[in-house]
Design a binder for this molecule. Structure first.
Ligand SMILES: *[C@@H]1O[C@H](CO)[C@@H](O)[C@H](O)[C@H]1NC(C)=O
Ligand SMILES: *[C@@H]1O[C@H](CO)[C@@H](O)[C@H](O)[C@H]1NC(C)=O
Ligand SMILES: *[C@@H]1O[C@H](CO)[C@@H](O)[C@H](O)[C@H]1NC(C)=O
Ligand SMILES: *[C@@H]1O[C@H](CO)[C@@H](O)[C@H](O)[C@H]1NC(C)=O
Ligand SMILES: *[C@@H]1O[C@H](CO)[C@@H](O)[C@H](O)[C@H]1NC(C)=O
Ligand SMILES: *[C@@H]1O[C@H](CO)[C@@H](O)[C@H](O)[C@H]1NC(C)=O
Ligand SMILES: *[C@@H]1O[C@H](CO)[C@@H](O)[C@H](O)[C@H]1NC(C)=O
Ligand SMILES: *[C@@H]1O[C@H](CO)[C@@H](O)[C@H](O)[C@H]1NC(C)=O
Ligand SMILES: *[C@@H]1O[C@H](CO)[C@@H](O)[C@H](O)[C@H]1NC(C)=O
Length: 545
């Protein structure tokens, strides 16, 4: 069996070689396919016309083909559905006894770009680079495809695939790398455009992706937190965080966290600045973190500070006998109860000086009350240094000391000289607590102390003053001397009178001497007369004294 089959095959091969040589000689025998170049959409039908002057025209293809007309020198075939990416239909004809002639064509099978999608665009910081990626799905032939990326009408990137050999439909990914974001890029549209150019035989098919908006951000500075410093336990303190230079500021998100918890802040936007205000408070003393987070697009920036929460309860100040008689002992006690931050210093002081200091929890200061201590204000201060600042709490209390009246030269002078007829006020007061009442009497009659009166001779004399309060009394005598004006007038009159008497006496003496010079004989009698005038002159001098 095998040798017989082999010999038949050899015979056939020899025949085929002979007819090929004959065909080369008979050039009038032609076979043609029309159209020579064709473009067909995948799945569509394609009609091929095989024409030849030979007989038995036929078509060889793996696709389904139906007759679509016939003529004496031609035969048309309908490839009803082209479902191969590289079909190679072959026309053949039998040119009389020799080998059959054949002709093959390769139509272009295409699939239009229908689905074009841009990858989501990142929000990008101005000055930074970003990529744009476009995906074209299920397109053929890829070597005829051109993908173009546009940014706001400006061509960003063009990509072609001339070297792509595979005729099958496939997905294409095009990426434009390292585009530097500019501030004016914000809001620009980015699109991807795919074109399948099958001209001249076929159509020019194009389609664009839905556009996407480019979002750029500017965030050059760090957030900044402001506080008032340390905060007392169980009290609240306002804090603020802000950052400037943001674009687009409306998209910025700001948050505050304190001691691990999100704060309920009120946020504001003004210009290119965003700020958040909140109150911080804590029921536990110690250091707590305050964190401010600002995010804008791809960027998140954080600021963090430590807030010191301190505990410093107000001290209590207790005077064991706040109202006491003089010379009794008093204890001033300062206490600070409850939990305190470490490092508290306590002090007892009055308004002039520090009396005692220590670390507590209580301090005690004792004194013997003197009258100077009446009204003395004692203070108890607790002080804490937090973050280099000093925090102080203080309580005060007053001491009342009761003491007996005391009068002094300044409050009640012991000698007063008044002039008759003048307006004068008799003042006599005394120190003492409670304030003493002062009474001054002369001859069992009380004088109106502190009231202005016209001085008469009767005001003169000794006054007995007695200052009294519940704790005792003090007495003092005040002498008032009243000078009279009438005494002086008399003196002046006597003086004038005396001067007149002296001058007349001198005049008389001179006359006598003159007369003696002239009449010497009556000498003795005249001298006797002059001696009698002498006692008169002495009386005058006495009156004047
Ligand atoms: C096929 O081709 C022949 C010769 O070119 C032509 O005469 C005939 O009309 C064509 N048939 C069709 C259906 O186009
Ligand atoms: C080829 O076949 C398709 C599908 O059956 C039909 O729609 C089309 O009209 C045919 N073309 C011709 C020229 O007969
Ligand atoms: C852009 O693409 C390049 C290359 O694939 C990559 O190295 C780079 O990280 C990408 N840039 C961004 C911002 O994704
Ligand atoms: C595109 O397709 C047409 C028709 O098949 C062909 O002539 C042309 O060479 C193709 N162009 C490219 C760039 O491959
Ligand atoms: C946050 O504060 C607002 C008013 O400032 C208030 O209405 C709201 O209830 C607060 N929310 C919380 C969770 O405290
Ligand atoms: C702070 O408040 C909490 C809860 O109200 C309370 O338990 C605590 O004693 C308070 N601390 C001080 C120091 O007042
Ligand atoms: C008052 O205190 C002083 C010392 O401070 C003491 O000598 C005196 O005895 C005390 N007087 C009374 C009444 O306790
Ligand atoms: C203590 O005295 C001062 C003046 O000395 C006064 O201002 C203060 O009100 C007094 N305090 C009390 C509790 O009376
Ligand atoms: C002063 O007054 C007090 C109280 O009225 C009295 O006890 C005292 O004797 C008086 N002193 C003199 C010296 O009159």
């Amino acid at each position: 069996m095998m040798p017989r089959f082999l010999s038949v095959l050899l015979l056939l091969l020899a025949w085929a070689a002979c007819t090929a040589a004959e065909g080369a000689q008979q050039e009038e025998n032609v076979l043609r396919i029309w159209p020579e170049k064709s473009v067909v959409k995948y799945g569509d039908s394609l009609v091929l016309n095989c024409s030849s002057n030979c007989e038995n025209i036929g078509l060889e293809t793996s696709l389904q083909a139906v007759a679509a007309g016939t003529g004496p020198t031609w035969k048309a075939f309908n490839l009803t559905s082209v479902t191969a990416w590289e079909p190679k239909p072959l026309c053949f004809a039998n040119c009389g006894g020799t080998e059959p002639k054949y002709q093959r064509i390769t139509p272009t099978v295409y699939r239009a770009p229908e689905r074009i999608v841009l990858d989501p665009l990142p929000e990008v910081e101005v000055g930074k680079e970003y990529n744009v990626t476009c995906r074209v799905f299920d397109v053929a032939p890829i070597r005829n495809l051109t993908v173009t990326l546009f940014k706001g009408g400006e061509r960003l990137h063009v990509e072609t695939f001339e070297d792509h050999r595979n005729p099958e439909a496939d997905n294409v990914v095009v990426t434009s790398n390292s585009i530097t974001a500019q501030q004016n890029d914000h809001g620009k549209e980015v699109t991807c455009h795919a074109a399948l150019d099958l001209r001249p035989e076929g159509p020019f098919l194009e389609k664009a992706s839905p556009s996407k908006l480019l979002q750029t951000v500017v965030f050059p500075m760090e957030p900044y937190i402001q506080t008032l410093g340390p905060v007392e336990i169980n009290t609240s303190m306002p804090v603020e965080c802000e950052v400037s230079g943001l674009f687009p500021v409306q998209k910025a998100a700001i948050q505050l966290f304190f001691a691990g918890e999100r704060l309920n802040s009120s946020n504001h936007i003004s210009g290119h600045k965003v700020s958040a205000q909140a109150q911080v408070s804590s029921t536990s003393a110690g250091e707590h973190q305050l964190i401010c987070t600002v995010s804008l697009g791809p960027l998140t920036k954080t600021a963090e500070i430590t807030v010191n929460v301190y505990s410093l309860p107000k001290p209590t100040l207790h005077i064991d006998h706040p109202q006491i008689p003089v010379n009794t002992n008093v204890t001033v006690m300062c206490r600070s109860d409850g939990s305190k931050s470490p490092g508290v210093v306590m002090r007892i002081s009055d308004i002039k000086e520090i009396l005692l200091s220590g670390v507590g929890p209580s301090l005690q200061y004792s004194l013997t009350a003197h009258k100077e201590d009446n009204g003395r204000q004692f203070m108890c201060k607790v002080e804490l240094k937090v973050d280099g600042r000093s925090v102080v709490k203080e309580t005060s209390a007053n001491l009342t000391v009761f003491y007996a009246p005391q009068m002094s030269d300044s409050s009640c002078p012991d000698k007063l000289t008044w002039k008759d007829g003048n307006e004068e006020t008799f003042i006599c007061s005394a120190s003492g607590n409670p304030p003493p009442t002062v009474e001054c009497r002369k001859d069992a009659v009380s004088y109106n102390i502190g009231i202005q009166q016209q001085v008469t001779k009767e005001h003169g004399g000794i006054y007995h003053c007695n200052a009294t309060n519940a704790y005792g009394f003090d007495v003092r005598d005040v002498i008032i001397h009243v000078e009279s004006y009438q005494l002086d007038t008399l003196g002046i009159i006597l003086g004038i009178l005396c001067a007149a008497v002296i001058s007349s006496a001198v005049g008389v003496a001179y006359y006598m001497y003159y007369r003696k010079e002239k009449i010497r004989k009556y000498h003795l009698r005249r001298r006797q007369l002059q001696v009698t005038g002498s006692p008169m002159e002495q009386k005058c001098l006495n009156g004047n004294a």
